[in-house]
Design a protein around this ligand. Sequence first.
Ligand code: ZN
Length: 363
Amino acid sequence: MTTPRSRMPVILPRLIALIVALGGLQQGTILAREGRVRVVASLPNLGAIASAVGGDRIELTTIAVGTQDAHFVDPKPSYMVRLRNADLLLVNGLDLEIGWIPPITQGARNARILQGAQGYIDCSAGIPVVEIPAVLSRAEGDVHPYGNPHYLTDPLNAETVAGTIAEALKRADPASAPLYEDARRAFVRRLHEAVFGKDLVDLAGGAKLAREAAAGTLDAFLDGTAIGGAPLRARLGGWMGRMQAVRGKPIITYHRDYSYFAARFGIAVVDYVEPKPGIQPSAKHLEEIVARLKRGDARVIVTRPFVEHRSTDLLAVRTGAEVLTLPLEVAGAPEATDYFRLFDYVTDRLVEAFSESARAGAR
Ligand SMILES: [Zn+2]
């Protein structure tokens, strides 16, 4: 069957009009009618960073809540409505949201925020990803096929994400570019002070400290540089200063979601309750963990509000291990009201758990 020739003159101009319209959307003429950039963040941590960089220049909507498992959010039709008018969509990427962002972006009928369009912002850009499998596979349900997606558990990665978001906002709203740049710098300054302590940032510079940390040479720098006769390490404060008390300590985590955190703060994740990311433990695997805990390989287990708690309850009863339910995202606990308070809370709870388990061990 052929298309009747007589219809072609009608279809062609419409097609051209559509292509022109889509082209216009691609070119950054995407300011919200009210003059604010409409930003949708898939997850609360991304939303918190976007809010710090965008301030009142953006209209922010966050899809998932902090007590939800980012791997398994239900793709509700109401999320499509939120995406329909969005200028920018911020995603964690590395397939963390594979089960829900593709269906809701497809359903939103908004070409600006489809994967590959200018408004689709993958915040994993520029992040040094760990645990990348040699072979890409979702075999046996592994939910980390492109490597570990939980990179915002290292607060220094938030600097990269803030840069990615600032660049996206500048493209969408060039007139406000200086405001976004100022806000990004203020966020990074605050982040460095929170990670290293204000004293040390004033002495050595946040950018220098972040560079040493990224290169894995921070310890050598802190121990090898003296000011007024004392090594810089004596001035280390912030989250890193607080975590000095538990450096080298072993933990077991439910999910493989603390790799970046552990590397940054020098704690050792020695095992996982899940045998593979996204797979609940078998009875046999739990027995192996019981044996490890009884041997004294670890005394603290970190789990999340949104996973099953039968396994960790059993481990606590059988071995006396301390089980901490810690948030992974902003608002994952009432205390974690923003990205800074999230790490205040998590580092406090960890330090407290180790001092309690040390007391219990001494009895
Ligand atoms: Zn995961």
